[in-house]
Write a protein that binds this ligand. Structure first.
Ligand SMILES: Nc1ncnc2c1ncn2[C@@H]1O[C@H](COP(=O)(O)OP(=O)(O)O)[C@@H](O)[C@H]1O
Ligand SMILES: [Mg+2]
Length: 275
């Protein structure tokens, strides 16, 4: 699919935006094991935050706390000023794994969120059809997941995550199972959709290039246990961005070098501890 990326400078000031996600002194434990300790993170409304860190440092754990799936041992998480006390319906969640129901068509899968919210059949069908078209799957409404490619299934998942107009979009390594070309395509698609209606995004990735190409800011986590935030780097690259092209930009490579010098030691520590 050809993607028209309009080249224009649209860096919006983020400082004026209100905080949408606040992670305040959060510690996450599993029994005696302290996975992350005293983590503070604030994501402004409309900000695309990416989090990198070595495998097993607690990235998914933090995201699950924001989603209300795990309860912090101490500290608080709030969304739009209200404390998170359980699973919420104003969050869109995009996982690495295929989370589609295999016995439902693409359209029925996208309809699930609105269905759970009690939306009437005609309206949710119409919304789901519109969203499938938005993610480039017009004509694929009646396909079952096994009749779709990995990239197409990811598109269905994006429609699922976005259809309800969530305040916050959480993504846990959503593209890591895709081949590099499909991954670039999906990353560009995601940016295009996000640009239309900017939400607060928290994306976890172990891929530093992806973190820089997509994010407004990259946060680095320390090796676990007791992982914490060790650095935060603003990404002052204009949007819209083409993720494949932006990697050739000198500012990108400079930023990559800076962040890698912070991340590298943590990755090495993580290997020493686990291998
Ligand atoms: N349910 C659980 N029970 C016990 N330990 C867990 C559980 N979930 C995660 N952990 C541990 O917490 C740490 C962080 O895990 P996770 O957040 O999945 O890391 P990441 O997403 O950064 O790879 C790891 O050491 C992992 O083994
Ligand atoms: Mg994880």
């Amino acid at each position: 699919m050809a993607l028209a990326i309009v080249k224009e400078t649209t860096v919006q000031p983020r400082s004026a935006s209100k905080p949408m996600v606040c992670v305040d002194a959060v510690t996450m434990s599993f029994g005696d094991f302290v996975a992350v300790e005293n983590v503070d993170l604030t994501v402004a409304d409309g900000e695309f935050l990416t989090i990198v860190g070595p495998t097993g440092c607690g990235k998914s754990t933090i995201l699950n706390a924001v989603a209300g799936l795990l309860k912090p041992a101490s500290g608080t998480v709030s969304i739009d000023g209200a404390p998170v006390r359980g699973v919420r319906n104003d969050i869109g969640y995009l996982f690495q794994q295929d989370a589609l129901l295999p016995w439902k068509t693409a359209l029925e899968n996208v309809e699930l969120g609105p269905l759970f919210k009690g939306m009437g059949a005609a309206e949710r069908r119409e919304r789901a059809t519109t969203w499938l078209a938005k993610v480039g799957l017009k004509g694929f409404e009646d396909r079952y997941p096994h009749q779709l490619s990995g990239g197409q299934r990811k598109r269905v998942q994006m429609a699922q995550a976005l259809i309800s107009g969530p305040k916050v979009i959480l993504m846990d390594e959503p593209f890591s199972a895709l081949d590099i070309h499909t991954r670039h395509l999906m990353q560009n698609e995601l940016l295009r959709l996000w640009q239309e209606e900017r939400r607060a995004v928290v994306m976890i990735t172990h891929d530093l290039e992806e973190a820089i190409a997509l994010g407004d800011r990259v946060v680095v986590l320390a090796a676990g246990p007791r992982s914490r935030v060790i650095d935060s780097f603003p990404v002052a690259l204009e949007r819209p961005r083409d993720v494949a092209e932006i990697k050739l930009d000198q500012r990108f490579t400079d930023l990559y070098r800076n962040i890698w010098s912070s991340l590298r030691g943590e990755v090495e520590k993580s290997y020493e501890r686990h291998d």
